[in-house]
Design a protein around this ligand. Structure first.
Ligand code: CA
Length: 225
């Protein structure tokens, strides 16, 4: 499992990284909100540890932007004891759990286990498969062999549509309408952004399928030749 630690206190961040790695996690560290958000948006993380007071973007803003982008990664917020009133705000904004500094390493590890258990690993018999890639409807994961990655709701919907229409060309217009709906003011570049997220995830799991761009038209999911 891969954990992203967004914490500007360099020593604490390094301690967390060591603790996580000793306990079998892969941990990446970012020391400011902006680069932390960029990394979290890649969707390759199973859990994000997010400090509240951060340079460039504070933890609440990072969390809000993450959720606005449809990213559902479990977030554990870390805050100083003096900021306990922030707790309510964090939970309202979509944090999954709160831990007050200084915390007991055992408590931190227990929280991470609880948050990752919430992602169902059960195999849904209705999972879609194409070219060795499996889209699991129960857990919102995309997997290939041993590797898997969680998808946000939008990524999942787009991936499902592409897999159901494999080898067919889907226009950007039809993706916009089917995924965002008629009421939405989403534009072509919203589609492009999510397609690029999906491509990164397909590459991350070593998939042998690709989303081909059909210039001026749309996209087609096909097996690599
Ligand atoms: Ca801080």
């Amino acid at each position: 499992m891969r954990v992203l630690v967004i914490e500007d206190e360099v020593r604490l961040a390094a301690t967390l990284q060591d603790l996580l790695e000793l306990n079998g996690y892969t941990a990446d560290v970012r020391h400011d909100g902006e680069s932390g958000l960029d990394d979290a948006l890649t969707g390759i993380y199973d859990v994000v540890l997010l400090d509240v007071m951060l340079p460039k973007l504070d933890g609440f803003t990072v969390l809000r932007r993450l959720r606005e982008a449809g990213n559902a990664v479990p977030v554990l917020m870390l805050t100083a004891r003096s900021e306990v009133s922030d707790k309510v705000e964090g939970l309202d904004r979509g944090a999954d759990y709160y831990l007050t500094k200084p915390f007991d390493p055992k408590e931190l590890l227990a929280c991470i286990r609880a948050l990752t258990r919430r992602q169902p690993e059960l195999r849904d018999p209705d999972a879609l498969e194409f070219g060795g890639v499996r889209l699991d409807k129960g857990s919102f994961t995309l997997s290939c062999g041993e590797k898997s990655v969680r998808l946000s709701r939008k990524e999942f919907d787009i991936c499902e549509l592409l897999m159901r229409n494999r080898n067919l060309v889907l226009t950007k217009e039809s993706l916009l309408l089917k995924i965002w709906g008629y009421e939405s003011d989403a534009e072509d570049n919203n589609v492009e952004v999510y397609i690029s997220f999906l491509r990164k995830k397909l590459a991350h799991i070593g998939a042998k399928v690709r989303i081909r761009t059909i210039r001026m038209v749309g996209y087609c999911l096909e097996e690599e030749s």
